[in-house]
Design a protein around this ligand. Structure first.
Ligand code: HEC
Length: 110
């Protein structure tokens, strides 16, 4: 009987995990593409490695600046899952001529 409950728990954990559902990740990615591309490159977002609380603040800051986010909860789950502190840092970004650039900003010229 105990074994049975253990198995049930395992199943529940597996089905509840965001990462276990590739469809959710896919939907989160779409939400990011829809909501966050208007003003800057998505690279600026995907290079971050921050906590869920920090992502929440970040999304709210962007909304304050005019971002339209139809599904804020989905986006928050997606960003905190994919771009948190436990993920490896992305490789340095290269510009068109192969030299290193400072960030994923677009449209800024020196
Ligand atoms: C209305 C325009 C606008 C939209 C839409 C927008 N952002 Fe931004 N975002 C900015 C500006 C302006 C900056 C500052 C860029 C800079 O420093 O050059 C920024 C910077 C960022 C940064 C870098 C850290 C920071 O706070 O400066 C992150 C992360 C970020 N945005 C995430 C997002 C996410 C996630 C979305 C989608 C919900 C989003 N942005 C949509 C305007 C926007």
């Amino acid at each position: 009987m105990r074994k049975c409950f253990g198995l049930l728990g395992l199943l529940l954990v597996a089905s509840g995990a965001f990462a276990a559902d590739p469809q959710l990740v896919e939907r989160g990615r779409k939400e990011e593409q829809r909501s966050c591309i208007a003003c800057h490159s998505l690279l600026l977002i995907d290079r971050q490695r921050i906590s869920t609380a920090a992502w929440k603040k970040e999304i709210d800051k962007m909304i304050g600046w005019g971002a339209v986010v139809p599904d804020r909860q989905l986006l928050l789950e997606y960003l905190s899952q994919e771009y948190n502190e436990s993920k490896p840092l992305p490789p340095p970004e290269l510009s068109g001529n192969g030299s290193k650039t400072q960030s994923g900003k677009t449209g800024t010229s020196k």
